[in-house]
Design a protein around this ligand. Structure first.
Ligand code: PLP
Length: 449
């Protein structure tokens, strides 16, 4: 099919995720054709350095033959196995075992989903079930962070605190609440780490007091907020929030859909901070984008509460046809091998200082107010005035302009609201590729100045 016909057909039929539908109809789609390592090629033959790992998911890079091989083998042997009716399959059992082996020790049980949104949704449903099953049906209020993203399921999108996910969707729901984001660059305390942590803990305590601890089910957070603008809280923040939840008698849920699988250095951000959550949601890097899959991991206490509540005869009514899909699970196992024996975690750790230094150097650029990162997750925040941190007028649509200029310069990253540019390079990046990334990024910023 010629490119123009594809674009026309896309315009007519395909609804794109989180797109301004009218703007998309006018602009048309950009069609990607192939990928190898950190590089993508579009349908017009342009070679692009992907500095966002697809959508923070292709942590391994593109074109891994070993992943293709295990997926093909699994498809030939057994393309599908239900998890219903006490059936199962080997790849899913082995992947669950590996996750439990490598996740924080508090987490003992895994439910596989199709992605991150339904992992969050499953977590919400399991938590609701747990409190009902353990005789505390009044514990139904959920707290999350402003600027947080927890997917776009009908309930989970209410824990997401980005306005576009609520507008015209009748969200948030009355039992969904937020506290301010731990945002050092814009904190009232001027970014002092201890003050940022103390403010966050105090906000959580105040919100729980306002709602009544006996009514609060859980606190959900991303260890580093992704779609809200790569907000990197101070080290120690995650632990302080976890400890506060324990003291307040509410469940602590770490949404590691982005931060999991080496993105911030260790396999999980919780591990890097010595944090043991009650539940954890993962997706993206679990299969590195080669097939859809997510998971919710839970503590033995939550699992036993739900299991005892249902007893020996009643089913726990949560499930999907494609839960624990064998091909996705086989891919997950190979991806896990690549992180560890394949050296990807080690490479990411070795390259992270280069990434951090490259972002920091751009602080000298007139547009850049803040540069922040952990591991291979980072952002630049652009401001109209560095002294006052004043943002650019949204009507200028600067982020969009920067992203399209970058594309023309052969670089892909994500431009968020508030002119925050997000970066999530694959864990396979070489030093040379970081050189290309920063050269093209600087050229892009210079052009739009
Ligand atoms: N949670 C977080 C922290 C995310 O970043 C995302 C997606 O970006 C999700 C949940 C939803 O995942 P999915 O897009 O796979 O449904």
């Amino acid at each position: 099919m010629p490119t123009s016909a594809l674009i026309e057909s896309d315009r007519k039929h395909l609804i794109h995720p989180v797109a301004s539908l009218r703007a998309h109809e006018a602009r048309g789609v950009t069609i990607l054709e192939s990928g190898r390592g950190a590089w993508l090629r579009d349908i017009d033959g342009n070679e692009l350095l992907d500095a966002f790992s697809g959508l923070w998911c292709v942590n391994t890079g593109y074109g891994h033959e070993s992943i293709v091989r295990v997926a093909t083998e699994q498809m030939s042997r057994l393309p599908y196995a239900t998890g219903y009716f006490h059936f199962g399959c080997e790849p899913a059992i082995r992947l669950a075992e590996q996750l439990i082996d490598k996740a924080p020790k508090s987490l003992r049980h895994v439910y596989f989903t199709l992605g991150g949104s339904d992992a969050v949704d499953a977590a919400i449903r399991y938590i609701t079930n747990y409190y009902n099953a353990t005789g505390r049906p009044q514990k139904k209020q959920f707290i999350a962070l402003e600027r947080g993203y927890h997917g776009s399921s009908s309930v989970g999108a209410g824990l997401t605190a980005l306005p576009v996910f609520h507008q015209n969707f009748d969200l948030p729901l009355p039992h969904q609440h937020y506290i301010p984001s731990p945002y050092p660059y814009r904190s009232e305390s001027g970014g002092d780490p201890q003050a940022v942590i103390a403010e966050s803990v105090a906000a959580l305590r105040a919100k729980v007091a306002e709602l009544g601890a006996e009514r609060v089910a859980a606190f959900f957070c991303e260890p580093i907020q992704g779609s809200g603008g790569v907000i990197v809280p101070p080290k120690g923040w995650l632990k302080a929030m976890r400890d506060a939840c324990r003291e307040l008698g509410i469940l602590f849920v770490a949404d590691e859909v982005i931060t999991g699988f080496g993105r911030t250095g260790p396999l999980f951000a919780c591990e890097g901070e010595g944090v043991e959550p009650d539940l954890m949601t993962v997706a993206k890097g679990l299969t590195a984008g080669y097939a859809p899959m997510g998971a919710v991991l839970m503590s033995d206490e939550v699992y036993q509460g739900i299991a005892d509540g249902a007893g020996t005869r009643a089913a726990v009514g949560h499930g999907q046809t494609y839960s624990a899909h064998p091909v996705s699970a086989a891919i997950g196992l190979e991806v896990m091998r690549l992180y560890h024996e394949g050296g990807l975690l080690a490479n990411a750790a070795a390259q992270a200082p280069r990434f951090e230094a490259g972002l920091r150097e751009l602080l000298a650029h007139p547009l850049v107010g803040d540069a922040r990162s952990r591991g291979l997750l980072g952002a630049l925040e652009l401001v109209a005035d560095k002294a006052t941190k004043r943002r650019f007028d949204p009507a200028l649509n600067l982020s969009e302009k920067i992203a399209s200029t970058a594309y023309r310069n052969g670089l892909i990253f994500r431009a968020f609201n508030d002119n925050i540019l997000g970066f999530a390079p694959a864990l396979c990046y070489t030093g040379e590729e970081f050189g290309v990334l920063f050269e093209r990024l600087k050229k892009t910023l210079d052009t739009v100045l």
